[in-house]
Design a protein around this ligand. Structure first.
Ligand code: ATP
Ligand code: MG
Length: 560
């Protein structure tokens, strides 16, 4: 049996298989993806989305999209809209199950009343500073609040008044009455409700008390009858608290399962930090093609499939690790190598005049669209007397191992002819303006009938037919492998993360159809962006280079 037929199951799937065997959830699998709408989704969220929706899909189950909108100060509709777009774009479907935590505010309030009535919660007058001071440490127990033993009646009345808006922000809280000497600090009488006179993006001014995340989150999963409540490792320590709430309320109790977050080198995945990059204009916006947000990756040219394959490939574990960002890039390269049509584009042009080529003649030469895909066929590219080649494909005084163009040297122009450089034309400052070549008409298509060989093949475009474009070469946004290590992550920003080439010349085919990602031969994968350059030209962005140039650079740096 071939090994590729073996399905490698992640540990969560194994738990589900066991649950199905024991009949724990009557074979039901119901998950959810619960973003807080306080920023745009990033590649880390993609892992969680693929995991939650993927698990549901594989097990004939369901997955909800639920906005965890319990903090009115940071949440906005703009984020809700972008999150919906992103999850759809990745290719997942929550059917009619789009929910908001704020839809449950009434029910959460009633649950809080139940806790109070059962003597499991109390209204506390301590300020947040006092509370912190009384919390104790891992080694020392905390101190009980002086208000801990208020009567149920008094608590009910004060909580009602909190809700009615009788107190300013921070004056009182509702707290769970658990254990101030509990070894888990989360269990030391945590706050359930806080007073916050703030308008909420959905409930407006209806509420001036808002549930704390730990109170809300488990209840949301319970209300929606989630079976497997999948979250990241940092919530492991909160699980006993969620369990406590659900047990005290005697309500439906999902099973929480924690997994390790996705971390990528050369990248930050934290909405707070990404927001800072946007707010302080270190990038153009949330969808800047250098951002690890889903909207940035989409604009950059990442496909849903490449992201899903990546998420699947890195797997699900219980141990924190840092994934090499090259794996994400390779996932896209692998796909584009199979699908992207090849074209010719010159990023940094040098004019070439073929002196023995007829004036005003245009020949159409056949070029292969994709050597990886027989069905992609071929196209015709115009060739004429004046061409552009890449500046760095020419050297006035080349070393022996330079196999491209130089005085007296012959190279192949891809899909066209052999040409030999005869003259260099300079301006008054000594800068090369153009070069002159002769071509060998016998070498049409790129082979010499006399069997003579050339060492180099370079790309070109016909000057008369080329499209003017601005090309943006994006590089990593951060120059440090771990941007968050030792100091401010902003110090790790790569100052050369966007190189602009304003005078690029591209093969004419490139303007239609618009959404295609092309391979510019020898250069990388490119797509047209929606913006235009300051002089009105089309802008093409590099989606990803052909190979991992960082790895090459490192090797070159250390190898010599
Ligand atoms: P951030 O730290 O970027 O603010 P968050 O966890 O606060 O992220 P939420 O909107 O609460 O963002 O996340 C929604 C879901 O996505 C949660 O279940 C969370 O665990 C998951 N998630 C967030 N970041 C990652 C990550 N890097 N890897 C895997 N899952 C993640
Ligand atoms: Mg969060």
């Amino acid at each position: 049996m071939s090994e590729s037929n073996t399905v490698i199951k992640n540990f969560i799937q194994k738990i589900i298989d066991e649950d199905n065997l024991s009949g724990k959830w009557s074979n039901r699998v119901h998950t959810r993806f619960p973003p807080e709408p306080n920023g745009y989704l990033h590649i880390g969220h993609a892992k969680s989305i693929c995991l939650n929706f993927g698990i549901a899909e594989k097990n004939n189950g369901k997955c909800n999209l639920r906005f965890d909108d319990t903090n009115p100060v940071k949440e906005e509709d703009e984020y809700v809209i972008s999150i919906i777009d992103d999850v759809k774009w990745l290719g997942f479907d929550w059917e009619e199950r789009l929910y908001y935590a704020s839809d449950y505010f009434d029910q959460m309030y009633d649950y809080a009343l139940t806790l109070i009535q059962n003597g499991d919660a109390f209204v506390c007058d301590q300020s947040s500073d006092q509370m912190r001071d009384c919390r104790g440490t891992l080694k020392q127990p905390g101190e009980e609040s002086p208000n801990r033993n208020r009567s149920i009646e008094e608590n009910l009345e004060l909580f009602q008044r909190m809700k009615n808006g009788d107190y300013p922000d921070g004056e009182k809280t509702l707290r769970a009455k658990i254990d101030m000497s509990h070894s888990n600090l989360n269990m030391r009488d945590p706050v359930i409700y806080r007073i916050l006179h703030a308008s909420h993006h959905r409930t407006g001014n209806k509420w001036c008390i808002y549930p704390m995340y730990d109170w809300a989150h488990g209840l949301e999963d319970s209300i929606e009858e989630i079976t497997h409540s999948i979250c990241t490792l940092e919530f492991e320590d909160h699980r006993p608290l969620y369990d406590w709430y659900l047990e005290k309320l005697d309500v439906y109790h999902p099973q929480q399962i924690e997994f390790a977050r996705l971390n990528l080198n050369f990248t930050v995945v934290s909405k707070r930090k990404l927001k800072k990059l946007v707010d302080e204009k270190h990038v153009e916006g949330w969808d800047d093609p250098r951002m690890p947000t889903l909207s940035g990756l989409r604009r950059r040219g990442y496909t849903p499939l490449s992201i899903r394959n990546f998420a699947e490939g890195v797997g699900v574990t219980k141990r924190d690790s840092i994934i090499d960002v090259v794996r994400l890039e390779n996932s896209l390269r692998e796909e584009l190598n199979k699908t992207a049509p090849r074209v010719l584009g010159v990023l940094d042009p040098l004019k070439v005049v073929i002196t023995n080529y007829p004036e005003n003649k245009t020949e159409m030469l056949e070029a292969i669209n994709n050597p990886e895909d027989e069905n992609a066929g071929s196209r015709e590219v115009p060739f004429s007397k004046e061409l552009y080649i890449e500046k760095n494909d020419f050297m006035e005084d080349p070393p022996r191992k330079f196999f491209r163009l130089g005085p007296g040297r012959e190279v192949r122009l891809r899909y066209a002819y052999f040409v030999t450089c005869t003259d260099i034309i300079k301006d008054e400052n000594g800068t090369i303006k153009e070069i002159h070549c002769t071509y060998d008409p016998e070498t049409k298509g790129g082979n010499a009938p006399d069997g003579r060989k050339v060492k180099g093949t370079i790309h070109w475009v016909s000057a008369e037919h080329a499209i003017d474009a601005e090309v943006r070469l994006y590089d990593r946004l951060f120059k440090k492998e771990n941007p968050e290590e030792g100091g401010d992550f902003l110090d790790a920003l790569n100052p050369d993360s966007c190189k602009i080439l304003p005078d690029s010349k591209l093969e004419p085919l490139l303007l239609e159809p618009e959404s295609i990602i092309y391979q510019f031969e020898r250069l990388g994968y490119f797509k047209k962006d929606d913006v235009f350059s300051s002089n009105g030209n089309n802008v093409f962005i590099r989606v990803v280079s052909l190979r991992d140039s960082w790895a090459r650079m490192m090797k070159q740096g250390s190898g010599q």
